[in-house]
Design a protein around this ligand. Structure first.
Ligand code: BGC
Length: 367
C-alpha cells in the first residue's frame, strides 16, 4: 500500500468517524461509517465459501463497516465484473478469493489506480503487483497432513505394502492446488518410487510439477466421481481393490465416496482410506459413517479474524500483522502473508474439535 493511500485512508477514517453522528452512509456504499469493503467469493456451491463470506461480512458490519458480498458461481468473468462494480461503488478494500488467480491483473490495476487496498483471500492472486496482502491457511501443510496421515495409517515408514493408491489433485486454475499436492506428494512419492504404493491407473505424477495432469477442474464432486468410475472400470477389472485415495478436499472426496459406493465398496470392510479438507458437513457425515477417513480442518472463522485484522490496520493506516514473507511469490512480488495452521480431524475428533467449538452443530451431522 502506498504512503498516499495510507494518509488518504487515515484522513478518510477520521472524517468518517466525524461524520458518523450525522450520516449512516458516509462510506459511499451504504451502511457502514467506518469504511467499505468489497468481498468477492468464488461460489455458493461449496459450504466453506458461504461460511467464509457471510462470517466476514457479519464481522465487518458489526464493527461499523459496510460490506458488499458477491459470489461468482465459479465463473472467472463473473468475478471480474463483480469486482469492477465494487471498484465503481468506491470500496476502500477488496477481499478476493480468486476463481482463476491468473486473470485478475487488469481489474486489480484499476483498483490500484483508485488506491483500493487488495487482500488475496485463501487463494493467491498471481501475475500482478497490485495485491497487497495474502491471508490463508498453510496450504503446503494441508497436503502434508494428508500425506502423513496415509503414511501412518498404512505403516509405510515401517515398510508395509504394497497398497493400491489412486491420487487426485485440485483445480488447475487454483494456486492452492499445487501446494496441497506438493505437501502430500513429498511424503508419498518415495513410496510410489519404491513400490510400497502402486497406482494401477498409472495416474501418478512423476514429480510435483506434473500435478495438474490429475487436477479436477473447478473442484467438482461429479468430475471426481466420474474420474474414479473410469479408473475403476479400466484398471480394476481383475478383482483388484483400492486401498487408499488421496483426495485434496472434501468436495472431491464426496464424489470419490459416491463412486466407491456404486462400485460396491462397504464401510468397515473394504472401504479404502480417503482424505479430505474443509470439514464440510457432508464429509463429516461420511467420516462418521466410515466413508471418509479424515479431513483437514481449516477454521474459516480464524481466517475471517485475520482478514478483519488486516482491514482494521489498513483503515487505520497501519501495517497489518503478517507472519510469512517468503512462500508466496506471485510472479511479480512475494506477497506478504499470514498463514494459519490447519489441523487433522478424524471420527473421534468430530465432537471435541468441530462441535464443541461451534464450527458445526451436532444436528447438522445427525448427532
Ligand atoms: C480452498 C479449499 C477448497 C477448494 C475448493 C481451495 O482454494 O483452499 O479449502 O476446498 O478451494 O473450493
Amino acid at each position: 500500500m502506498s504512503m498516499k493511500k495510507i494518509i488518504a485512508v487515515a484522513a478518510a477514517t477520521v472524517m468518517t468517524i466525524g461524520l458518523a453522528a450525522c450520516s449512516s452512509d458516509a462510506a459511499g456504499t451504504g451502511g457502514g461509517s467506518e469504511g467499505s469493503v468489497g468481498i468477492s467469493m468464488p461460489t455458493r456451491s461449496l459450504e466453506r465459501w458461504i461460511n467464509d463470506g457471510e462470517g466476514l461480512k457479519a464481522q465487518l458490519e458489526d464493527a461499523g463497516y459496510s460490506a458488499d458480498l458477491q459470489y461468482a458461481d465459479d465463473k472467472a468473468d463473473t468475478q471480474i465484473s463483480q469486482i469492477q462494480n465494487q471498484i465503481a461503488s468506491g470500496v476502500d478494500v477488496l477481499v478476493i478469493a480468486a476463481i482463476d488467480g491468473e486473470l485478475l491483473a487488469p481489474v486489480l490495476a484499476d483498483a490500484k489506480a483508485q488506491d483500493i487496498a487488495v487482500i488475496s483471500y485463501d487463494r493467491l492472486i498471481n501475475g500482478t503487483p497490485d495485491v497487497d496482502y495474502y491471508a490463508t491457511f498453510d496450504n503446503y501443510k494441508v497436503g502434508q497432513l494428508q500425506g502423513e496421515f496415509i503414511e501412518e495409517q498404512l505403516g509405510l515408514a515401517d515398510g508395509a505394502g504394497p497398497f493400491n493408491l489412486e491420487p487426485f489433485a485440485g483445480s488447475p486454475d487454483d494456486n492452492n492446488a499445487k501446494f496441497f499436492f506438493s505437501g502430500a506428494w513429498d511424503v508419498l512419492l518415495p513410496y510410489v518410487e519404491n513400490g510400497q504404493l502402486v497406482v494401477p491407473s498409472g495416474k501418478a505424477p512423476a514429480s510435483n510439477d506434473d500435478w495438474a495432469s490429475i487436477g479436477i477442474l473447478g473442484w467438482k464432486s461429479d468430475s471426481a466421481q466420474s474420474e474414479l468410475d473410469n479408473r475403476l472400470g479400466s484398471f480394476y477389472t481383475g478383482g483388484e481393490k483400492i486401498d487408499v485415495v488421496l483426495s485434496p478436499n472434501d468436495s472431491l472426496a464426496q464424489g470419490i465416496a459416491a463412486s466407491l459406493r456404486s462400485a460396491g465398496y462397504t464401510a468397515g470392510t473394504d472401504w479404502p482410506l480417503l482424505t479430505g479438507q474443509d470439514a464440510d458437513k457432508a464429509s463429516v457425515v461420511n467420516i462418521l459413517a466410515g466413508e471418509q477417513s479424515m479431513t483437514v480442518w481449516k477454521d474459516t472463522r480464524e481466517l475471517g479474524n485475520v482478514v478483519f485484522g488486516f482491514i482494521e490496520a489498513i483503515m487505520a493506516g497501519e501495517e497489518p500483522e503478517i507472519n510469512d514473507t517468503e512462500t508466496y511469490d506471485n510472479g511479480e512480488k512475494v506477497v506478504p502473508a499470514f498463514l494459519i495452521a490447519p489441523e487433522v480431524v478424524v471420527k473421534d475428533d468430530v465432537q471435541s474439535k468441530l462441535i464443541d467449538s461451534g464450527f458445526i452443530q451436532a444436528s447438522d451431522v445427525g448427532l
